[in-house]
Design a binder for this molecule. Structure first.
Ligand SMILES: Nc1ncnc2c1ncn2[C@@H]1O[C@H](COP(=O)(O)OP(=O)(O)O)[C@@H](O)[C@H]1O
Ligand SMILES: CC(=O)OP(=O)(O)O
Ligand SMILES: [Mg+2]
Length: 414
């Protein structure tokens, strides 16, 4: 039996895994995910080819490690999934780790790299903890399978110094690694390659403004195939608002919000320390704070159910519009396309239409029928620009972080 690749995308409230064949390009064997870990009961979703399955999980899954173990066992014990019946069928496990500090590329986990990643945990406790817990578990329980970590931040190592530097004391900044890193880079790498191929352009000549907008949202300016700016910063909190994140605010605001800002948050554990300020701005803000829901499909509707829903939509549009304008100028107006991706970017025709209308002065125009229809299941990139438009293309890309990791894993081997 040929060996396979397992790609793991662990978030704070969900763990998604995908099995791929170990070939170039890899083919999907099956997808499985558990969401709602922080809002029980968790839901298991499972897909192999056309077969889809969804169920409530009865077991108590309180940690990312428990969740990952449960998912793996379910897949191994499924008679329909004979390609991956045990750990012996796995050659590689690819892990999405959001913060990779100064790492420029993916790394294989060994004692030394795991130690270096531990050092980064303080910089991104909220985002790296779940993924690294699963990396640690794999080291102990699946020691024969090679673990490779891929970093969201690696794609943005090309951001110029003046863009990545915060105007603060540079000795302190350097000693503590305080700079713009940027995230969603695994996704941006997938989108760049897919869009360049779609436009029939070499990657190194492709200029794009890409929106990865899901529960976490960011935007990236790509010049000649390289990231030159992105909206997230030292952590994924900066830039655009998200499901529970405030996005950029005046940094002083938090000290007016609570005088407990610097204290440890009750959400901290013995292994993970986060401040009250980080907890409020990362987990108690965004759409959830404004409207009570984290689901943007309830906000992006023609007739919003409340003024707060309408306000949340308008805030998101305003912030994105600001970045598109800024990145258009940074790219000297020479862009091939504006790309919508992530759960919201791929699914909300209303958000795309509203934004494109607001960016008409940049020559953006869409075809309403193509926009309303969106991309088909098998369509990675769809052009939704108006036929007569001479401006940058408006595209939708169904991004796939798990595939991107498996693809690089398979490429580096062949
Ligand atoms: N039809 C839709 N319209 C607007 N937003 C949607 C729609 N469908 C899903 N979404 C949003 O996409 C988000 C998920 O984005 P996704 O990128 O898949 O997740 P994550 O950021 O957790 O990786 C959901 O929280 C929901 O707000
Ligand atoms: C970096 C980040 O915000 O990731 P996600 O969108 O998966 O939460
Ligand atoms: Mg995501």
């Amino acid at each position: 039996m040929p060996k396979s690749i397992l790609a793991v995308n662990a978030g704070s409230s969900s763990v998604k895994i995908t099995f791929y064949t170990l070939e170039n390009p890899p083919r999907t064997i099956a997808d499985a995910s558990i969401s709602g870990i922080t809002a029980p009961p968790p839901t298991l979703k499972y897909q192999k080819g056309d077969k889809k399955h969804k169920e409530e999980v009865k077991e108590k899954l309180s940690t990312p490690q428990d969740t990952f173990k449960y998912l793996l066992q379910r897949c191994f014990s499924d008679p329909d999934l004979s390609e991956v019946a045990s750990v012996d069928d796995l050659e590689y496990i690819c892990h999405r780790v959001v913060h990779g500090g100064d790492y420029r590329d993916a790394v294989e986990i060994n004692d030394e790299t795991l130690d270096r990643l531990k050092g980064l945990e303080d910089l991104a406790p909220l985002h790296n903890f779940s993924a690294l817990e699963i990396v640690r578990l794999c080291r102990v329980e699946l020691p024969k399978v090679r673990s490779i970590t891929f970093f969201d931040s690696a794609f943005h190592q090309t951001i110029p110094e003046a863009v990545r530097t915060y105007p603060i004391n540079q000795e302190i900044a350097k000693a503590n690694g305080l700079r713009k890193y940027g995230f969603h880079g695994i996704s941006y790498s997938f989108i760049l390659r897919s869009v360049a191929q779609f436009l029939n352009k070499p990657i190194e000549k492709t200029n794009l403004v890409v929106l990865h907008i899901g529960s976490g949202a960011s935007i990236c300016a790509i010049k000649d195939g390289k990231s030159v700016d992105t909206s997230m910063g030292l952590t994924p909190l900066a830039g655009l608002p998200g499901a529970t994140r405030s996005g950029s605010i005046d940094p002083s605001l938090v000290f007016h919000y609570t005088n407990e800002a610097g204290k440890l948050s009750p959400a901290s554990t013995s292994e993970m320390h986060i401040s009250t300020a980080e907890d409020i701005l990362n987990k108690q803000s965004g759409w959830k704070a404004l409207t009570g829901t984290t689901d943007f499909s309830q906000i992006a509707v023609e007739n919003p159910t409340s003024k707060a829903h309408k306000l949340a939509f308008d805030i998101f549009v305003d912030r994105i519009q600001g970045y598109i304008g800024s990145y258009y100028v940074k790219l000297n107006g020479e862009l091939d396309g504006v790309v919508f991706a992530g759960g919201i970017g791929e699914k909300s025709a209303l958000l795309r239409r509203t934004l494109v209308d607001k960016c008409q002065c940049l020559g953006l125009a869409i075809d309403d029928v193509a926009n309303d229809k969106g991309p088909g299941d098998e369509e990675t990139v769809k052009d939704i620009s108006k036929g007569s438009s001479k401006g940058p293309r408006v595209l939708v890309c169904q991004t796939n972080e798990q595939f991107e990791m498996a693809y690089h894993c398979a490429c580096s081997r062949s």
